[in-house]
Design a protein around this ligand. Structure first.
Ligand SMILES: Cc1ncc(COP(=O)(O)O)c(C=O)c1O
Length: 379
């Protein structure tokens, strides 16, 4: 018998009450029952975005939400500035290119956070119709300060839209798009929303909606103008991912019960616990500036086969974490602690990590990481 412990930065564990709701007989989406359910989910998502505005729900993975943002806010030939601090920043560039936008890349060394002075020196308000960025760059564990970025754009480039991939930030730490001058926020279901993959969410500011009305980009499935009109009537343009929306109602109910403040504090505490454990085991945290509360990225110590760490965590101890992606493969490993994750989960992962490092020939004092995390997590 082997229990399965999912501590990846997505997909994340799904609570039993969400699984149970999704297992019930399917409701048809063109019914009053579904409309009532959809209305409740839409209200819950607005609450999560700390704004009254519409949040559009799409049947897609998070990347679909990113694509919808690019296709709806810009037109072919438009200039954009993309903050590339890792794999997901690169994805913004790739989508912009696919839609014929002229993406200028502001490369941020992996593990570092965006420096506003660097962005300011690259920013051309006449050319850049939008700035694309990650709130939490899951591939490196670094955070970019989107609040400060919003403030900078308000002052220096008031016509430039700020488009934020918040896929591992939404429901993890404070994000106030309307207040902070953000124009688009993209979310994904398999992260802090505590669902399986398959839903993307997108919130837009009023001026982003105005841009969507003017965009000349080709769109069909991801036409947010159509979705906004239809979703305001509590239905969807196409067949929605009904089961996931049923699950989302339960997940949002759990989130409301916990409260935003408590949710943010829990994630901060879990991140602090994981980071303390890494420190006590003599490991270095990979992000050098701002650390995301959703994932702890740790540098693989000298002499240890980095790719073997996640494999052995899973195969020998039943704990799923993530390795590094792209150029970081084998150089870092990442422990996800977002969504339906608590103190005991992090302690389990740290305990398994101590064993894995020992198995792979690294001398660690077993128990040291657990003790450090315990102090941080349980006081
Ligand atoms: C920051 C970030 N952006 C984008 C994505 C892509 O989302 P998806 O894999 O759901 O398409 C992810 C998924 O891990 C992510 O963490």
């Amino acid at each position: 018998m082997r229990k399965y412990h999912l501590l990846a930065p997505g997909p994340t564990p799904v609570p039993p009450q969400v699984l149970e709701a999704m297992a019930r007989p399917l409701v048809h989406h063109r019914t009053k029952d579904f409309e009532a359910l959809f209305a409740e989910v839409r209200a819950g998502l607005s609450w999560l975005h700390q704004d009254k505005g519409d949040v559009i729900i799409l049947a897609a993975s998070g990347t679909g939400g990113m694509e919808a943002a690019v296709a709806n806010l810009l037109s072919p030939g438009d200039g954009a500035l993309v903050v590339e601090g890792g794999k997901f920043g690169e994805r913004w560039t790739e989508i912009c290119k696919a839609y014929g936008m002229a993406a200028d890349v502001l490369r941020v060394e992996p593990g570092y956070s965006l420096r506003l002075d660097e962005l300011e020196s690259r920013l051309d308000p006449a050319r850049h119709k939008a700035v694309f960025v990650q709130a939490s760059e899951t591939s490196t564990g670094a955070k970019h300060d989107v609040r400060a970025l919003g403030g900078l754009l308000k002052r220096k480039a008031p016509g430039t839209l700020l488009v934020v991939d918040a896929i591992t930030a939404l429901g993890v730490y404070d994000l106030r798009p309307a207040e902070w001058g953000i124009d688009a926020v993209v979310g994904g279901s398999q992260k802090a929303l505590m669902l399986p993959p398959g839903l993307a969410t997108i919130w837009l500011s009023e001026r982003a909606w105005a841009a969507a009305a003017k965009s000349r980009s080709p769109r069909y499935y991801f036409d947010l103008r159509i979705e906004r009109k239809v979703q305001a009537k509590n239905t969807t343009a196409w067949t929605p991912a009904i089961s996931l929306i049923v699950g989302l109602k339960v997940a949002l109910g759990m989130m409301r019960e916990e409260g935003l403040d408590a949710i943010f504090k829990r994630h901060a505490r879990l991140a602090a616990g994981a980071q303390a454990a890494a420190g006590a085991l003599g490991l270095d945290i990979f992000p050098q500036d701002l650390r995301s509360e959703s994932v702890t990225a740790v540098r693989v110590p000298e002499g240890v086969n980095g790719k073997a760490i996640p494999d052995r965590m899973q195969d020998a101890y039943g704990v799923t974490i993530a390795g590094g992606q792209g150029e970081l493969a084998g150089k870092i490993f990442r422990i996800g602690h977002l969504g339906y994750v608590d103190e005991s989960d992090v302690l389990t992962a740290v305990g398994a990590l101590e064993n894995v490092l020992t198995d792979l020939g690294r001398r660690v004092e077993r128990g040291a990481g657990v003790a450090a995390a315990q102090k941080m997590l349980l006081g």
